[in-house]
Every structure is written in C-alpha cells, then in structure tokens.
Design a protein around this ligand. Structure first.
Ligand SMILES: NC(=O)c1ccc[n+]([C@@H]2O[C@H](COP(=O)([O-])OP(=O)(O)OC[C@H]3O[C@@H](n4cnc5c(N)ncnc54)[C@H](O)[C@@H]3O)[C@@H](O)[C@H]2O)c1
Ligand SMILES: [Zn+2]
Length: 371
C-alpha cells in the first residue's frame, strides 16, 4: 500500500551538485554522514584541522572527527560563537592551535559552522603556510546560500566588518540541509532574506517558488530547503564566476546591502544581518521606483513576502535617519563621497547593466525613503 502510494508521487531530489568553477558544491539531506569521504576526496591531506564554534560543535563535530580519523590525524579548533569573535585575535588563536597540533603544509582546514566559522577558517587556510585548502561544511542557511560560496574569507576589525581578508576559494562546499533543523528560527529567517535577494536579482520564478514554499522553509523541511539552497548556490556561483573580483556583475549581490549594512551598524548589530538586508531590500526597491528604474509595486511585493517570513521591512523607529545615511558612507561601496547602490528593475532583474550594475543615489532621496 505504502509502496504503491510513493510510486505515484515524483521522488523528491535528495542530492544536488553544482559546478562553481574551480570547485563543486554538494547539497543533500544527510550529507554529514559522507563528509569525511568527500573531504578526503576533494582535498586529500596528511592532517585535517576542523574549525567549528561552541554552538555547532556539540551537534556535529564528534562524528566528523571519528570518521575523518580514518584518513589521517585530525585536530579540532572550537571558537566562541558570534560575529564578535570573527577577529584577528581568533584567527591568531586558531593558527597557533594548528601549529601546536603539528599541522604543516599538508593540512586541509575544514570549516564546520555558520558564516563566521566559514570566513574565519577560510582566512586561516588562506594564510596558514601561505595557503592550504579549505573545505566548507556550512551549517547555517546563510552560510549555505551565501557565505560559503565565492571564495571571500576574512575577519572584522574595530573599523568595520570584513576589512582584513583574502580571496581563497574552497576545495569543495558540502551542505547538509538537515543541519538547518538545529538552527534557531530567527537565524533561518535571516538566511531566507538572502534567498529572496537571489530571486529578486536573478530569477522571478525562484522568487515565486520561495513564496509558495515559505511555511516548509521556515520549518526547515529538508526537500524545500534543498531546492532553495541549490538554486541560490547556482545563482551566486554564476554571478561570481562572471566576475571573480567584484568589478561588475558581482555588485548585484549587494542588493539591499548598502542600506542593510548601515542599518546593521547603527543598530549596534542588534539587527541580524539578514534582518537588516530585508529592510534594506524593501527601501532600495522603493528608491529604484522613485528613480523610475523599477516597476511600481516591486517594493510592495518584496515587502509582503518578507513580512510573511517574519522579517522586519521598515526602519526601526529608534534608528535615526541621519545616522543611517551617515553610515552608508562607511561602506566599502562608497566612492569619492558618492554612495553607490545596486537597485532592482523588478522581480528577477537588476537595473544599471550599462553602468557597472550600480548607481550613485543622492542622500536627499535616501532620506525621504527612510523617513
Ligand atoms: N564570505 C562571504 O562571501 C560572506 C557572505 C555573506 C555573509 N558572510 C559572513 O557570514 C557571517 C554570518 O553568517 P551566519 O549568519 O551563518 O552567522 P554565524 O556563523 O554567527 O551563525 C549564526 C548562529 O547560528 C549558530 N549556528 C550555525 N549553524 C548552526 C546549526 N546548524 N545548529 C545550531 N546553531 C547553529 C552559530 O553558532 C551562531 O550562533 C557574517 O560574518 C558575514 O560577514 C560572508
Ligand atoms: Zn548579506
């Protein structure tokens, strides 16, 4: 009976592979049970150094240590969790940990965690012995669809986020969508904001599928998560491949981020990155409408779906408009005093293809939209 029933339904895809240029991205439910073999295949080494954080390690580190031990000596380096620890100090402590563990040139670093672990472990790998391979095993939605793809690694300084780092593409990215189940609902929502961003910047059908699958995605349902992660990875990898060093199309990935970063900064990082990006996307779509670049209704459609996902879509009243506008000037994207924005032309298409995918916007208009 059960067998007959399941035969009438199309079998859900349980695994997807995306070619990201120099490396492959595997997305699957339960992939953690294959991590060791896949890591040893993608980046065979004498020593495997796992970097994780205090929240992720208790869930997933032990089986990985045990299974990797079949391939060589393994060490594990657990850092405190959170953006506050994505620093040069943590980089130094992890690097010293690798040296103490006897790691040499023949080491593969394995990043097991969210984007903080991925960026930090990637930067350790980029600099250790002038560069050793890193395999990214992202465990947060944001790390799966965004941080682990593209090869940017780095740490924060007192002057700002991600100001010290290196381009160091991974040897492979291994995303087990089942790990999202232990991620907090707030962090899931924040990751979804970046998935919707991918829909807005490249694929209206994907945006609509995310909309339709929202309850399953919020619930961390593996097959819905797998489809979303796989499509987001394809979009990000394609954009990055077209523009490895961020002179052109890669700028479209900054949609929602000029205002998003400013909001995040002014909130003292009380807003999660994805929450700030959600507000930023809605406001930047409104700017695009005011400039006549986007179809009317674009901002409204984005706002409605993000609100349904439980994300904020308006400037929190406590954050001053002046402070936010000032903070946009701190962004790396500001050039000669004019703040550049990558703006949507509608759902699935970006504006300013002819002018390098970004445009300067007057502070006055930004003020009006924020008010
Ligand atoms: N390199 C890039 O291209 C790129 C792109 C986007 C973002 N980033 C960076 O990524 C970082 C944000 O990533 P994030 O949102 O994953 O933050 P994060 O790494 O801080 O993870 C968020 C929280 O979830 C916990 N966590 C992660 N996976 C878990 C799991 N499966 N179960 C339980 N808890 C889990 C973490 O311990 C942390 O407390 C930022 O530092 C940002 O700059 C980098
Ligand atoms: Zn982002």
């Amino acid at each position: 009976m059960t067998a007959t029933k399941s035969r009438t339904r199309p079998a859900p895809a349980t695994s997807r592979e995306i070619d990201a240029g120099t490396y492959r991205v595997v997305v699957a439910a339960g992939l953690r049970h294959e991590y060791a073999r896949l890591i040893a295949d993608a980046a065979p080494a004498h020593h495997y150094a796992i970097v994780s954080d205090v929240e992720v390690a208790p869930h997933y580190a032990e089986p990985l240590v045990l299974s990797l031990a079949a391939h060589g000596p393994v060490s594990i380096h657990v850092i405190p969790s959170g953006e506050a620890h994505k620093t040069r100090d943590t980089w130094a402590r992890v690097t010293d940990g690798l040296l103490d563990a006897g790691c040499g040139r023949d080491t593969t670093v394995v990043a097991l965690g969210g984007g903080v672990v991925g960026d930090l472990a990637g930067f350790v790998a980029a600099t250790f012995m002038r560069g050793v391979p890193v395999v990214q095993c992202p465990t947060s939605l944001l790390a799966m669809i965004d941080a682990s793809i593209g090869g940017k690694t780095g740490v924060d300084t007192a002057a700002g986020k991600n100001l010290v780092g290196a381009f160091h593409p991974p040897a492979a990215v291994l995303a087990d969508v089942e790990t999202i189940r232990t991620l907090s609902p707030a962090q899931r929502r924040a990751g979804l904001a970046e998935a919707f961003k991918h829909g807005v910047l490249a694929d209206a059908d994907y945006f609509a599928r995310l909309e339709a699958q929202l309850p399953a995605l919020l619930d961390a349902e593996p097959s819905a998560t797998l489809e979303a992660v796989a499509r987001s990875v394809e979009i990000k990898a394609e954009v990055v491949r077209a523009d490895e060093r961020e002179n052109g199309r890669r700028k479209t990935l900054n949609l929602g981020h000029t205002l998003g970063h400013a909001l995040e900064h002014v909130s003292g990082y009380a807003l999660l990155h994805g929450e700030a990006v959600a507000i930023g996307m809605v406001l930047e779509a409104r700017i695009a409408e005011r400039l006549g670049l986007a179809e009317q209704g674009t901002a409204q459609r984005i706002s409605e779906v993000l609100a349904r996902a439980g994300l904020p879509v308006q400037r929190p009243a406590a954050l001053s408009v002046d402070a936010i506008v000032d903070a946009t000037r701190l962004d790396k994207k500001a050039r000669q005093g004019r703040v550049e924005y990558s703006l949507p032309a509608g759902i699935g298409v970006m504006a300013a293809a002819d002018s390098g995918w970004s445009l300067p916007v007057d502070d006055q208009l930004v003020h009006e939209v924020l008010a």
